[in-house]
Design a protein around this ligand. Sequence first.
Ligand code: SF4
Length: 136
Amino acid sequence: MSKLWALKKSIWVFHLCSGSCNNCDIEILDCLTPKFDLERFGIILTGSIRHADVILASGAITRKALPRIKRVYEQMPSPKIVIAIGGCACSCGIFAGSYNIVGPFDKVLPVTAYVPGCPPKPEAMIDGVVKVINSL
Ligand code: SF4
């Protein structure tokens, strides 16, 4: 039986911020509180990238964060799912053109899904993650 089948019922997410205004991060944390009850979908936050199935990525990628983002991604087990959360992660948002910005997440990592917004609501993030789960 494939690992993808197992992921549908048990998906562990890792929160990765590459430099932003941090409002998306606050919304991601809000999303992970009991109020939204993500565990009903089998989604749980993990503190180790080595245990993660999905990266919830926020922020435009800065030059300083770039090598760390690559290193974190390399340590993730396959299949590697990356969901870009917010306008900055999707397209650099308000930081586009800044001297220290390398680009949005899909310039550095293969992104599976995009959740736009500044910041996106927790309901939009949940919708994005569930759509990814259902597409496995
Ligand atoms: S998308 Fe908006 S809220 Fe999210 S990190 Fe960028 S500026 Fe902040």
